[in-house]
Design a protein around this ligand. Structure first.
Ligand SMILES: Cc1cc2nc3c(=O)[nH]c(=O)nc-3n(C[C@H](O)[C@H](O)[C@H](O)COP(=O)(O)O)c2cc1C
Length: 189
């Protein structure tokens, strides 16, 4: 069976962010799974402008150069893992902006969350589930919630324990099921 293409999106751009070591861990573990072909999308590298295009992305009229490039990149994936911090009981603004910038390319595809924060990023994920469901995505029922993630950090590395690895592996399984199911359904359209 063909590999499922997934994008792992780093949901923070601030200096010293925790999201990057966590995303690096996700990339390392997903690379061990032959069913996936994964790409890291670092929003710090993308530096998408705050959405200010003349047309709502749901119209499919993309006028910005970076918007078009983002659409192509998002459209190439069969599913997503959002590494999501919690900022003031919600998702980070940069992640919301990345979601808002394009529309159809996300749709009918699964989205998984690896979240972190005092309560494991729980409130951020609840918001993300609402937002992504409204964008015709399929947010997964389970998520990886990392509490006290900073204690497992060693510079650029996130030293996950057995529990975190097991939870992430279960998330990959769920993402694979939905990813394959929805890909087949899209191909049958
Ligand atoms: C602007 C801001 C707001 C935050 N608000 C919350 C919050 O409401 N709940 C929480 O659990 N953590 C909160 N935190 C802590 C972050 O979850 C924690 O710093 C996390 O590492 C941020 O992700 P990042 O390092 O990848 O940017 C906040 C951090 C920042 C910078």
């Amino acid at each position: 069976m063909a590999q499922l293409r997934i994008s792992v999106i780093v949901g923070s751009v601030r200096e010293g962010r925790m999201s990057l070591p966590i995303a690096t861990w996700v990339m390392d573990r997903v690379a061990r799974r032959t069913e996936f072909a994964a790409e890291l999308l670092d929003l710090a590298d993308w530096a998408l402008p705050m959405f200010a295009e003349p047309y709502p992305p749901a119209t499919g009229r993309y006028t910005g150069e970076q918007q078009r490039a983002w659409a192509e990149t998002i459209g190439a994936a069969d599913g997503y893992i959002l590494v999501a911090p919690e900022y003031n009981h919600g998702m980070s603004a940069v992640l919301k902006n990345a979601l808002d910038t394009v529309y159809a390319e996300w749709g009918r595809k699964p989205v998984a969350f690896v979240a972190h924060g005092t309560l494991g990023g729980a409130r951020s994920v609840e918001q993300l589930r609402n937002v992504t469901a409204a964008m015709a995505m399929a947010p997964l029922a389970s998520a990886v919630h990392l509490q006290g993630a900073a204690k497992l950090r060693d510079g650029d590395r996130f030293n996950a324990g057995e529990i975190e690895d097991r939870r992430l592996s279960a998330l990959f399984d769920e993402l694979l099921w939905w990813g394959r199911a929805l890909k087949a359904a899209r191909q049958g359209d």
